[in-house]
Structure formats: structure tokens, C-alpha cells
Design a protein around this ligand. Structure first.
Ligand SMILES: [Zn+2]
Length: 410
């Protein structure tokens, strides 16, 4: 098959040397070799890193960009949930679409090629968020694969009508189902019902979980137990688990082995966790971010993700996963090159595994999802916040952001 494009002298994260050419045909990677003999059009990568794109496992497109409508004066989780619960009564599909689009486009130009978004479903907002984001997923399939996780942010058993709406979302094609037991008056039944619905529709599960810094109890135990009981290992993820920031290394290692045995993956949301946790402290404020790089050695699949953008949960956000990796490394006091490289893995290969993206990776036959970073080394990319220069999805250029130019006096 004739090649459509060759990316010349690219550096892959897993094979740094020699530099390789990547030949693309019909939207897929057709050839990888040290020097592809072809007169097809080419782009010089000049030894820069090339990756299959960043993978965002946890973001809320539907409630992004609402800071001008609601605030979080005390900065607590409870106030954030209440503020958004009130604001979302006025959401319309067009409004959700416009805000989600703004956030999604930021993620695309930051080099994200795959994303899992949570979407709130309950009697106040109905399926407006689900419908708007589903529409968005179709409209932006040229740039990004978007998984939709329908979930009950304000609880399930305590919120009549929510379960029916969740089931309706599953019937209409939600990619997976989420849970939020910490807002439910009956968290154990909440967890059990989510597993039952997941089994009925054969869906992966992604829980918001253990979102405080009191280590005396955890819902994680029940999620691991149910994952094993339903043989759902490899299909369950939990986000936040900030309680893990409050346990010692011995207990953390025990939990790591438990998670690995059960097949439960973990996503850390550094920006949100750092913003909302420890608000009872006026000084020496705990960081409240789970040190998940310490779980990798036990075989736990861990990712770092964005979560909220410009809303009461997190009044920041550029949707850069490179920035999230750097922020995490800084908070977790990660400095050794191997650990910095692990932070890079937690925004690329590991989240791809978490969302069960079987065709992620740079290999012949895989989709030509390729992002060029202005860096030559994954650890240094995290340290220096390497910028993505351009990217493509299924062989078609999806964004470019040229490197900065210095204008020296002549
Ligand atoms: Zn979340």
C-alpha cells in the first residue's frame, strides 16, 4: 500500500534509539523502520518524542466553565457539590454542549487523543448532559475518542428517579457507568446497585471514592470485594481515594496488593484533590493527594487526570495532562528520573489500560493517533512541561501549536 505520510526521525518512548520513521497509510500505522525508502510526503520530527496521545481518564465536561454562575466560598467538597447541584437546574443541552466543547477543544490542543468523561444523571438535570456530550462525541470523533460514563453525583438510593435515568442512559448507549457512594445515605447499597446495572449492560465501572482524608474507614474494601464477587477485575476504576494520602507506607502497600489482586485501577485528580482537601486546617495544610506512584510496583493500574475545569470543584484548568503529571510529581515529591518517567506513563500507557483502549500504542496496524512533544525524554518532558507541537487522529492532522520563537535584535 502506498504511504500517505512519513514522520521521519521520531523517538519512541519504549525504543529511544535508533530514531525511527513512521509510515502512515489509510489512517493507520503501516510501517516503522529506521529509514523508510519512499518519496511520500514527510514531516521531520528531528528526534523529538512521539506518543499515541495523552489519555484522560476522568473529566467532567458537562459541568466545566461555570465559575461565573457559582462559587465555592469555603472551598469545601460539600459546598462545591451544593453549588453545582443548584446551578445545573438551569442547564440546557445547548449550554452544556457549548461549555463542554470549549473544554474538549482545550484538551485536543494539549495532545489528548482519548478521554473518559463523567456525566451527571439525576431528576434535576435529566439526560441533558448525557445527550449533549453524546452529540459532542460524534462531532469531535475526528480528533478524539470520547467515552461517556453516566453517574449519580448526588447519590442513588437517596434520590428517587435517578436509577431509572441511569438505566435509560445505559439503554441509550452510555459507554460505562459510574458511582458516587460518598454522597449516598446508603453507600453499600449504592455500590451493589452499580455493579448490578453494570452486569446487566456489560459495562465497565468508574467510582468517585473515598474523597476525604480520614483513613479510619474506606469504601475501597467493598469495591474490591464486589469486583471479585462479580469477577469484574480489570473493568473497575476508582477516582480520588484521597484517604490513601493519610495512611503509612505499610498500610499503603497492603492496599496496593489488594487493588492489584482485585483488578481495581486508581485515578488521582491532583488539581481538585489539592484544592478541596484539608480545608479544616488553617496551617500545615495536608496535600490530600494519594501517592499512587508507590502502588505501581504492586501492579496497580494508576492514572493522573484533570477532573474539573473552571468550576467550584477546581477553579483552574488548561486540560493539560502534561501539567497534571508535573503537578503530581511536585506534590508527591517525585524527583528520580525513573519516577518522573512513571508519572509520564500515568498520563499515557497506564490510563489507556485503565479505559481498556486495546488499540492504543505505536505499532504497525494500530490507528495513526500520534502526538509530537517538544522533548527527547519522558522524564524530562514531565520536569519541563514539554509542549505538544502537533497531533493527528487516525492519520489526519488534528491540531498544531508551533514552538515559541525568540525575536533577537538584529
Ligand atoms: Zn470527578
Amino acid at each position: 500500500m502506498p504511504l500517505d505520510l512519513i514522520l521521519r526521525r521520531a523517538r519512541l518512548t519504549e525504543h529511544r534509539e535508533p530514531l525511527l520513521d513512521i509510515g502512515i497509510a489509510d489512517g493507520r500505522i503501516a510501517e516503522i523502520a529506521a529509514d523508510i525508502a519512499s518519496d511520500a510526503p514527510h514531516a521531520q520530527i528531528d528526534g523529538r518524542l512521539i506518543i499515541p496521545g495523552f489519555v484522560e481518564t476522568h473529566i467532567h465536561l458537562d459541568k466545566s466553565c461555570i465559575l461565573e454562575r457559582c462559587r465555592n466560598e469555603k472551598g469545601t467538597l460539600e459546598e462545591a457539590i451544593a453549588a453545582v447541584a443548584n446551578a445545573k437546574r438551569a442547564f440546557t443541552e445547548a449550554d452544556i454542549y457549548a461549555r463542554a466543547q470549549r473544554t474538549l477543544e482545550k484538551a485536543i490542543v494539549q495532545g489528548t487523543t482519548r478521554m473518559r468523561t463523567h456525566v451527571e444523571v439525576d431528576p434535576r438535570v435529566g439526560l441533558k448532559g448525557f445527550n449533549a456530550v453524546r452529540h459532542l462525541a460524534r462531532d469531535y470523533a475526528w480528533a478524539l475518542d470520547l467515552q461517556i460514563c453516566a453517574f449519580p453525583q448526588e447519590g442513588l438510593t437517596n434520590d428517587p428517579g435517578t436509577e431509572e435515568l441511569l438505566i435509560e442512559a445505559c439503554e441509550q448507549g452510555a459507554d460505562l457507568i459510574g458511582g458516587c457512594p460518598y454522597t449516598d445515605t446508603d453507600p453499600m447499597t449504592h455500590i451493589a446497585r452499580i455493579f448490578e446495572i453494570a452486569r446487566r449492560f456489560d459495562l465497565d465501572i468508574d467510582f468517585h471514592l473515598d474523597f476525604d482524608i480520614d483513613p479510619s474507614w474506606m469504601h475501597l474494601d467493598e469495591v474490591c470485594r464486589q469486583t471479585e464477587a462479580h469477577r469484574w477485575g480489570g473493568r473497575v476504576a476508582v477516582g480520588h481515594v484521597t484517604k490513601l494520602s493519610a495512611v503509612d507506607h505499610t498500610r499503603l502497600a497492603e492496599i496496593g496488593r489488594r487493588l492489584a489482586d482485585a483488578g481495581v485501577a486508581v485515578t488521582v485528580l491532583p488539581a481538585t484533590d489539592l484544592f478541596l482537601m484539608g480545608r479544616a486546617h488553617q496551617h500545615h495544610v495536608p496535600r490530600g493527594v494519594a501517592p499512587v506512584h508507590r502502588l505501581l510496583g504492586h501492579g496497580v493500574t494508576c492514572s493522573l487526570a484533570t477532573n474539573n475545569v473552571l468550576n467550584p470543584f477546581t477553579p483552574y484548568g488548561d486540560c493539560s495532562l502534561m501539567r497534571m503529571a508535573n503537578l503530581y510529581a511536585n506534590i508527591a515529591q517525585v524527583g528520580a528520573p525513573a519516577d518522573l518517567a512513571a508519572c509520564f506513563d500515568m498520563v499515557t500507557t497506564l490510563p489507556a489500560r485503565l479505559i481498556n483502549a486495546a488499540d492504543y500504542g505505536i505499532a504497525v496496524g494500530r490507528p495513526a493517533d500520534l502526538v509530537v512533544l517538544d522533548s527527547r525524554d519522558p522524564a524530562m518532558a514531565v520536569a519541563e512541561l514539554a509542549q505538544p507541537l502537533f497531533g493527528m487522529k487516525r492519520g489526519r492532522r488534528s491540531f498544531s501549536r508551533p514552538a515559541a520563537t525568540l525575536h533577537r535584535p538584529s
